[in-house]
Design a protein around this ligand. Sequence first.
Ligand SMILES: [Zn+2]
Length: 525
Amino acid sequence: MSNERQRFVDETTDQVRPLEKDYFLSEWEAAVSGTPEALARTQQAQAAYMRSWSDVGRYEAAKRYNEQAGADAELARQIRLIYLTAAQNQQDEATIDRLTALESEVRGRYTNFRGRVDGAELSDNAMDEILAKSADSDEVRQVWEASKQVGGEVADQVRDLARVRNEAARRQGFRDHFQRSLTLNEIDEAQLLSLFEKLEVESRKPFQSLLQAIGEERSRLFKIKTEALRPWHYADRFFQKAPPMGAFDFDSLFAEKDPVEVASATYDGLGMEVRPVLARSDLFPRPGKNQHAFATHIDRQGDIRTLNNLERNHRWNETLHHELGHAVYEQYLDPQLPWLLRAPAHILSTEAIALTMGSLTLDGEWLTTILGVPAARAQAAAQAGRERRRAGDLIFTRWCLVMTNFERQMYADPEADLDAIWWDLVERYQGLRRPEGRQAPDWAAKYHVALVPVYYQNYELGTLVSAQLVDRIVGHAGGFVGRKAAGDWLREKFFRPGGRQDWSTHIASATGEPLNPRYFVDRLR
Ligand SMILES: [Zn+2]
C-alpha cells in the first residue's frame, strides 16, 4: 500500500516537474521581453502544465489516497498536495484553452500598457512619481485617469475569465471560483470572513483619524477644501500605500543609495547570501518589460530570480527587500525534501517573509546601521519610519478589505454592475469619495483582479503572520536588523521545513502558537 502510494507520488513528480519548469521559464521570458512570441510560448507552456494536472485518473487516485489514513506524514502531505493541485485543475481541454488564451491576451495588454496623457506615454513608474510629488490637481487627475485606461482595455476579458473560472468550480460542486480557490488553498472561507470583519472593526477608528490627518495635509498641498479631495489626490493609483506625510522627506534618504547594495547589506546582516539571486535577476526598468515585481523559483533546485524595476526611492527599496524575502525562503528550503515539498508552506507564509523584509526599510535601527542615515537625521528618520509603517499597515489593511470583498462579489455574480460595486467598497473601506459621474471598469485596472485571482487575502494573512514572527524573533535574538541569530531562527524554524506541514500547523510549530491577529492589531493603535 505504502509502495503503491510512493509510486504514485514519484510518477506524478516525474510528469509535472519538467512542465512546471518550462512554464516558469517561459513566464520569465515573457515578463522580461513582452514579445508576442514569448507570450505565446507562455500560453502553450501554461496549457501543457494545466493539462497534465487536469488528468482525471490522477485526481481520482489522489482523492482516494488522501481519504485513507497513511502512516508516513511526509508521504501523506505529498498526496494531499497532489490532490489539492489536481482539484484546482479539474477542467476539460476546451476550458483550459479558453482560460490560457484569455489570460495570455490580458497579460500582454498589462505588460505593454503605458498610460497616455495628451498623446505622451507614461510608464507606471512615471505615473507613480507624478502622483506622489505633484501639487497640481489637474495633473494628478489626468495621470490617475490615464492609469485606469488599462481597465477599459481588459474589462470584458476579465469578466469572461470570471465566468470560465466559475463554470469549472461549479462543475465540481463549489458555489463559485472564490469558494473553490480558498478551499483548495486550505483556507476556511467562514473563518477568513470573520477574521476580516474583526480587522475591519479594529482598524476603523485609527484609520479614520489617519485619513483625516492625511486629508488635511493633502488639501493644504493642493490648496483645495477637504471635501474636494478625490482618489487622485492620495499619491497612489489605488491608495494602497501611505502618501508622503509630514515635513520629513523619506524618499530623500534613498536618493544617493544603490538599492542592490543596500539590500545585499540587509541580508548579509542576517547571514543570508542574496548575490547569486541578484546576478540571475532582471532589476531595472526598460521599455516592453513587465512593470511589476515578482520572484520565481524556476526549477526548485536553486534557480531563483527576481524581476524589479528599481528606482532610488523608498518604494523600490522596499520592493527589492520584499522580493528577496521570497527568494531566501526558497533558497534555504531543505534541499533533501522531496520535490513536491520543496516549496514554502503556503503562499501566505512566503508573503509573510516578504512583508517582514520589506518593512525593515522603515525600521529605525535599519535606517542607521544599514542605510547609513547620519546621526543628525537619525531620530527624525526613525520617527518618520514608525509613522509610515503604522499608516502603511492601516491603509493596506483597508485596501485588502476592498480587494477581497470585491473578488467575493465578482465571482458571486460576474454579470453585476461591477463598476458600482467597486466604488461602493472603496468608499466604505478606504473612505475615498468616488469621482462624480465616473462610469468605468476601474476594478479591471488592478492586475491581481485579472491575473492573480483570489490572492489578496494572502497578503493580509501574511501581514498577521509577519507580526507574530517579528515578536518571536525579537524575543529570541534581541532584535532583527544585523543579527545573524535572527536569520538563523528564520532559516531553521520557518524556511527549512518547506511544505512538510500545512500553513497553520507550520506557524504553530515555528512560533509555538497558532496564528494570532493580536500582534498585528496591537501595532495599529
Ligand atoms: Zn510578495
